[in-house]
Design a binder for this molecule. Sequence first.
Ligand code: KG4
Length: 333
Amino acid sequence: MAYILGIESSCDETAASVVEDGRRILSNVISSQADFHMQYGGVVPELASRMHVDAVYQVVEKALGDAGVGLEDIEAIAVTYGPGLVGALLVGVSCAKGLAAVSGKPLVPVHHLKGHIAANYLCFPELEPPFLTLLVSGGNTMIVKVNDYCDMEIIGRTLDDAAGEAFDKIARVIGLGYPGGPKMDKAGQGGDINAYRFSVPKTGSRFDFSFSGIKTNALNMINESKMKGEEIDLRDFTASYQDHIAHYLLDHTLAAVEATGIRKICLAGGVSANSFIRALFDKAGAENGLDLYYPGLGLCTDNAAMIASCGYYEYINGNRAGLDLNARPSLDL
Ligand code: KG4
């Protein structure tokens, strides 16, 4: 039995968690800055770093306390070291290094996006690689072939914006505020998904994405309506926009299924909480005989349980960091 302490601070959530053997959550503490950054319409990196400094030790203490364990019971300390905001990452990395230094426990570096994928292991005890993951978060969008717990390859990725940015930017322009994804999800419930039509960007690859064109297309529609003195119908517009993005993600995922022959698919990342995406994937899954896995809503967005889960597999795979571990803001998968 191995307890892993996970620490996450890559963006605007300070989080710590204790997970047993990569699968069972003993504690999962998240201190979110989202309400604070709302007034600025997005995350302010400098302020995020300072708030992580305020929160990180209390969050770690609470995670150990909630799990009913002490640092001495922990097998290894896993920490997100990239990708993310450099100043934010440095806080979690420095905290983890301090804890590793005083306790003598191994330090395990975790890739944030691999963590998002591991969120599925916490929800589905039977889930094992190989599988495909559609990873859709605030800063990344990709299709990943997960060959094994620590062996994965990107088979498609966005060439510009991430899916989350396509949600957040348009939500801001139509006055829904930050973070836009969940607000847009709510605003579009019951709307007509065929009321507005958007373009389908071409990337030259069946697996790569582009979201900047869809975003510009939506912005142009909003501006044209304004110039004509008309109001867009918020419910129908957001429903159509989300359904369009859901189809775009699904088409590429189905192309990856066809190319790899892998029919087991996980969704991961904050945008995978979206109800339009889940509904469309459910329908397509039933029609195409796919085995679909979605993390529970609380584990889609940033948390440290997913980092502890991923850290467990990295740990048993022999992955260790020294006390010279640094933040890697643009770390590739
Ligand atoms: O995975 P995440 O917490 O952070 C990154 O690691 O990037 O993802 C945050 C993103 C934001 O863009 C947020 O708007 C989006 O996830 N998001 C959603 C929903 N919930 C969160 N997007 C669409 N629908 C949702 N229900």
